[in-house]
Design a protein around this ligand. Structure first.
Ligand SMILES: O=P(O)(O)OC[C@@]1(O)O[C@H](CO)[C@@H](O)[C@@H]1O
Ligand SMILES: [Mn+2]
Length: 449
């Protein structure tokens, strides 16, 4: 990995969202939601005290106390708008984080340096999750404990009904997928894309860790929800995949990458979409990109990825378990590949990927289509800035064009580009919360030309 991006054309870009804009969503997130998440994290550690003792004896309890005091200090720094401090751990990404802090310090040009409310929201929010990770990682023997694991598992179990409905629907579909004509295949593709899109409503950092599971089967409501898709490029995705299939030779495989977001129902909906791509022969390989450390409460790590497939396999429901068995098989056959990379949990937006993580950028360039799931990925795609809503998506990507890409995102933070003139104003008039309610979504494509 190379040094943090210092050569960004900052002047041409709108300002980043930030807690310094009082009353903005960023401001309320930093003021209310982030401290709540820290408090819940501390509670979780408290609740596991006995478990730490049983597993590791006194050493486990001492480590828990140290982690809690580190987190309490962090919460205090945040709530009193203290300057952001360099990381003091020796984890592999610490140097990049500290270089990024220097970069932010240079940008603030002596205006007091970056602090929690004065810096870009994206930066300080990512920084909080990195410090939560440090609180555990620096404190063996509890260094592998994922404080968010319980919440992710709970989301999965509470979404059981919706998961069963989706797995059942999908296994029925597989039975006669070979007999479907192109139009019918396209319809099914659109359905499963939409399930994966609306699956993104269920994230846990948005609800500050409170339950956010998928209670009902989404499949029945898809049609009613179409008007809430503000940018709908599903047809473009279909054309791209059709063209790739038609041009395919034996040597060149069609590859789709899914840059994952949340574990729980959303992850299952991504698996179903990925299975459909293979079963319909629209793609030959699916690469999944997860987080290498616990992130934004509900984001998928390698453990969550494997755990979910194991849970499905072991489920007491025929179609759920069939899905789990097939998906494990896909991993074994090497047609599904899981990757993580440190870049996904750095504070950088994606426009600096080519510079900061050239290996990852080069790998993504080999894909036919990149599907970016969720709100945080959208923020990182567009740099989390105060864009005019009519600015083209391509422009907001700010030269991040490794391959054709598409964002599947429900709106949970106040940035949105690529809308038609007047579209934002019209929704704003009746629904001032449209950008943060999770009620609206986009399937927004960029061909990467
Ligand atoms: O990426 P996701 O899971 O869709 O959403 C993450 C999220 O809940 O976290 C931030 C709020 O703290 C917002 O960017 C967004 O609403
Ligand atoms: Mn998430």
């Amino acid at each position: 990995m190379a040094a943090a991006g210092t050569a960004l054309p900052v002047t041409a870009l709108p300002v980043p969202l930030s807690g310094r804009f009082k009353g903005s969503f960023a401001y309320f997130t930093i003021k209310d939601r982030l401290p709540q998440i820290l408090t819940r994290t501390i509670d979780t550690l408290h609740r596991h005290k006995n478990e730490f003792f049983e597993e590791h004896g006194e050493k486990g309890v001492e480590a828990e106390k140290r982690a809690i005091s580190f987190l309490s200090k962090l919460r205090n720094e945040l709530q009193t708008d203290k300057p952001v401090t360099p990381l003091e751990d020796e984890l592999p990404d610490a140097m990049l984080w500290n270089q990024y802090l220097d970069y932010q310090r240079n940008l603030s040009n002596g205006n007091g340096g970056p602090s929690w409310f004065q810096s870009p929201w994206l930066y300080v929010e990512c920084y909080m999750y990195r410090r939560i990770h440090a609180a555990l990682a620096q404190n063996p023997p509890i260094d592998n404990f994922d404080v968010f694991k319980e919440g992710k598992a709970q989301n999965f179990f509470e979404s059981q009904g919706a998961i069963i409905a989706l797995c059942t629907y999908f296994q029925e579909l597989l039975k006669n997928i070979k007999d479907l004509d192109e139009k019918q295949l396209q319809e099914e593709f659109f359905k499963l894309l939409q399930v994966s899109l609306w699956g993104n409503k269920c994230d846990l950092s948005f609800s500050a860790g409170e339950e956010s599971s998928q209670k009902s089967s989404l499949l029945q409501c898809l049609e009613d929800m179409v008007p809430f898709i503000l940018v709908n490029d599903m047809e473009k995705l279909w054309s791209l995949l059709q063209n790739a299939k038609n041009r395919k030779t034996d040597k060149c495989k069609v590859r789709v990458d899914i840059i994952l977001d949340n574990a729980g129902f959303e992850l299952v909906s991504d698996f179903v979409l990925a299975d459909f791509l293979l079963s319909s022969k629209l793609a030959d390989e699916v690469h999944f990109r997860g987080k290498s450390i616990p992130w934004y409460v509900s984001d998928t790590t390698k453990n969550d990825f494997n755990w979910t497939i194991k849970q499905l396999q072991a489920a007491n429901h025929m179609w759920m378990s069939r899905c789990g068995i097939n998906w494990e098989g896909n991993l074994k056959k090497g047609v599904w590949i899981y990757h993580d990379h440190m870049f996904w949990t750095l504070p950088h937006d994606f426009s600096s990927m080519a510079e900061v993580a050239p290996d990852l950028y080069a790998d993504l360039q080999k894909s036919n289509l990149l599907l970016f799931k969720g709100d945080l990925n959208y923020r990182k795609l567009t740099g989390d800035r105060k864009w005019e809503h009519t600015v083209p998506f391509h422009q907001a990507l700010n030269k991040f064009h490794p391959a054709p890409l598409c964002s599947l995102r429900t709106l949970k933070s106040d940035t949105q580009v690529g809308l038609k003139p007047g579209q934002a104003e019209q929704i704003q008039a009746s629904e001032p919360e449209w950008m943060i309610s999770g009620k609206y979504g986009v399937v927004q494509f960029d061909p990467a030309l």
